[in-house]
Design a protein around this ligand. Structure first.
Ligand code: C2E
Ligand code: CA
Ligand code: CA
Length: 657
């Protein structure tokens, strides 16, 4: 058995103890009480010896022995005290060695001064005692041999006739010594082994627990803290704000354009992008910020900034936003994308974590809606808007859809044939609590509240009811929410409802916006495919704003483009709007698509549009959206928007918008 120094380290020099050195340390730890116990016993023995010598002073060498025993007592006392502190293997061996040497010298001194046959027993007894005390096999062997030699020397000198007998007695002593050493070492080794196994089991359990903790707290892909740890940290920050008044910034980040990249270049590229985003957020946030992945392409940052002001918060937001706008190297591709950032300065201790998230989320929503790829800080105006929208949410949840919602219809007009070809259904809500609420407000609210599917069903039912009274050649355009499109069940529901109405499918067109494609392109394509299979046409609404990707037009069975009214509004004043509308019209002709120009309000606009070759128009000039019961009147009315008639004043429209 070899003991090692406690300071032993692994061969790589990194300071990690090797398995052997750990075992050596354990053996040293196990041996220390044995050696110390021996020191106590040896001290007791010498003190007893000293006392007897003091009480019964005897022979001529009394003085020498008194000094020797006193010294031996002091030495064993010193060793005993020294062994109170943890020892390394070498120190322990030296301590054991000193103890054995003290006993050995004392016994031999006494025998050499005045030999007594009965004291030979000490030389034999010392063999197992030394074998037990000394931790190293080699030193134990040396000590036992030394005892044996001293026994033989004493006998040889004083009792030569009995030498043979004493050799046998000495051999028995040696055997006893070896046996004691073996028994003690086996016991120590077994104890050490058991202890090491327990340590190893504990370490394995700890490693597993650490891994489980990591899995529970970190996002597997990016390694960032996950949603759960983010909320724990947010709660902690709130506690600190309440106790010490330390404000902090909460930033919610939503990637723009992640889903199309994921759909086009594959999940590996999507994963790589998310990892890059995680790295960029970590760098942009700096050392006092905690980035986290909340799920999908949503991330968050908790940052302590000093001073915590609107300027510093916005500059953090801008750092994040510009780092996310850098190109992404995804395998062989380089992609452009970005992220919207909603910021909130958390300094009101009264707010709950849910309040904070709602506010930051509202800032993010605003950033996405109005300023895609920009950072927006939550402020008083947004707070007001949020309160209003939460009122809308509440009223919407309580609303009686059948009674409160109505569908208005706005004509789509063919300027060549000078007649109405169809109507776009536009939802209206008369809330008993809030009065008239516009669809721009309640459609997004219904989407947020998860109420859009039942609302679409109600509106579609009402539109189909109204349509049953229309002439065969008049068509209906019905707006679908992105949420409708994203749910295969919702689409099947809608198609079933239309089929059950008995109305010819080619009379119904569904209007969709590009935001659906921006989300899950595969599902959008599937849904549009189903609509088109069922015999309906599909119009791409608000074309020209947003991404207006030609890819969508190529890959999807879209039949009509609807040019957004924002271009028409500026068509007279802005040359860019003029050029955009002209380009979109020629694009639709080239691709063989129908085209409806929205928001035509004046004859002058119509005149220009006609010059560009626009055929189908929609807008207040023709008619504002009207009640179902006004449709028949609108159809019966004679209108003339021919170039010759354009100079004449236009009659007032029907219904109300
Ligand atoms: P949209 O689909 O682009 O509808 C056209 C909007 O332009 C309508 O606003 C319409 O009233 C308005 N409009 C019509 N003529 C003119 C004009 O000459 N000038 C101007 N400036 N605007 C004109 P509305 O009814 O407030 O609807 C707003 C949006 O709400 C719609 O935009 C559509 O995205 C959504 N929406 C309306 N009804 C529904 C619906 O039943 N379902 C879904 N999912 N969305 C709907
Ligand atoms: Ca529309
Ligand atoms: Ca539109």
């Amino acid at each position: 058995m070899q003991l090692h120094q406690t300071s032993d380290t692994s061969p790589d020099g990194m300071g990690t103890p090797t398995g052997d050195s750990v075992r050596g340390d354990e053996i040293t730890i196990a041996y220390q009480p044995i050696v110390r116990g021996a020191a106590v016993a040896v001290l007791g023995y010498f003190l007893f010896d000293l006392t007897t010598r003091l009480i019964f002073p005897g022979d001529s060498h009394h003085g020498v022995m008194l000094i020797a025993v006193s010294l031996a007592s002091l030495v064993s006392l010193g060793v005993m005290r020294h062994l109170r502190r943890p020892q390394n293997a070498r120190q322990l061996e030296i301590s054991g060695g000193i103890l054995c040497l003290t006993l050995f010298v004392n016994s031999n001194l006494q025998q050499s001064l005045y030999f007594e046959t009965e004291n030979l027993i000490y030389a034999i007894l010392m063999m197992p005692i030394f074998a037990a005390i000394l931790p190293r096999r080699r030193t134990a062997a040396v000590a036992v041999i030394l005892c044996f030699a001293s026994l033989i020397a004493q006998v040889h000198q004083n009792l030569p006739a009995q030498l043979a007998d004493y050799i046998w007695t000495g051999v028995s002593g040696v055997v006893a010594g070896i046996s004691v050493a073996l028994i003690i070492r086996t016991a120590v080794l077994n104890a050490v082994k058991a202890r090491l196994e327990a340590v190893r089991d504990r370490e394995t359990a700890e490693a597993l627990a650490r891994e489980a903790k990591h899995l529970a707290e970190c996002d597997a892909l990016t390694g960032l803290p996950n949603r759960r740890s983010f909320f724990l940290a947010l709660n902690e920050r709130m506690e600190r704000l309440r106790e010490h008044g330390e404000p902090f910034v909460l930033a919610l980040v939503d990637l723009d354009g992640f889903k199309p990249i994921n759909d086009t270049y594959g999940h590996a590229a999507g994963d790589e992008m998310l990892e890059t985003v995680a790295e960029r957020l970590t760098v942009a946030g700096g050392k006092d910020a905690m980035p986290a992945r909340l799920g999908g392409d949503e991330f968050a940052l908790l940052a302590c900034i000093d001073p915590c002001t609107a300027e510093t918060a916005l500059s953090l937001g801008q750092r994040v936003e510009s780092s996310l706008a850098e190109p992404y190297a995804l395998g062989p591709y380089t992609c452009k994308a970005g992220g919207s950032v909603g910021l909130l300065i958390c300094k009101d201790p009264e707010l709950s974590v849910q309040d904070l998230m709602e506010r930051a989320d509202h800032a993010l929503y605003f950033a996405k809606r109005a300023l895609r790829g920009k950072a927006v800080l939550f402020n008083a105006a947004l707070e007001q808007e949020m309160t209003a929208s939460s009122q809308v949410d509440k009223a919407l949840r309580r609303s009686d859809r059948e009674a409160e919602f109505e569908v208005y219809f706005q004509p789509q007009f063919d300027v060549v044939k000078s007649r109405i070809t169809g109507f776009e259904a536009l939802a209206r809500w008369h809330s008993p609590e809030l009065g008239a609420v516009t669809p721009d407000v309640f459609i997004p609210a219904a989407e947020r509240a998860g109420l859009i599917r039942p609302l679409t069903r109600t509106l579609l039912g009402k539109a189909l009811d109204a349509m049953s009274a229309w002439p065969e050649e008049i068509r209906l355009s019905f707006n679908l929410s992105t949420h409708d499109l994203m749910s295969p069940n919702a689409i099947e529901d809608i198609l079933k409802t239309v089929a059950a109405s008995g109305i010819r499918p080619d009379r119904i067109e569904f209007e969709i916006t590009e935001t659906a494609m921006m989300g899950d392109f595969k599902q959008a394509r599937h849904a549009i495919g189903r609509i088109s299979q069922a015999g309906h046409s599909v119009a791409l609404d608000d074309f020209g704003v947003g991404y207006s990707s030609l890819r969508y037009l190529q890959q999807l069975p879209v039949t009509t483009l609807k040019i957004d009214h924002s271009f028409v509004a500026d068509i007279l004043a802005e040359t860019s709007s003029f050029k955009i509308v002209r380009t979109l019209l020629s694009l639709s002709r080239t691709l063989g698509l129908g085209c409806v120009v929205e928001g035509v309000e004046s004859e002058a606009q119509l005149h220009i549009l006609r010059g560009m070759g626009a055929r189908h128009v929609q807008g207040y000039l023709i008619d504002p959206p009207m009640r179902a019961d006004a449709v028949a009147g609108a159809l019966a009315r004679n209108r003339d928007f021919s170039p010759q008639a354009l100079s004449r004043p236009v009659a007032a429209g029907y219904g109300t918008a």
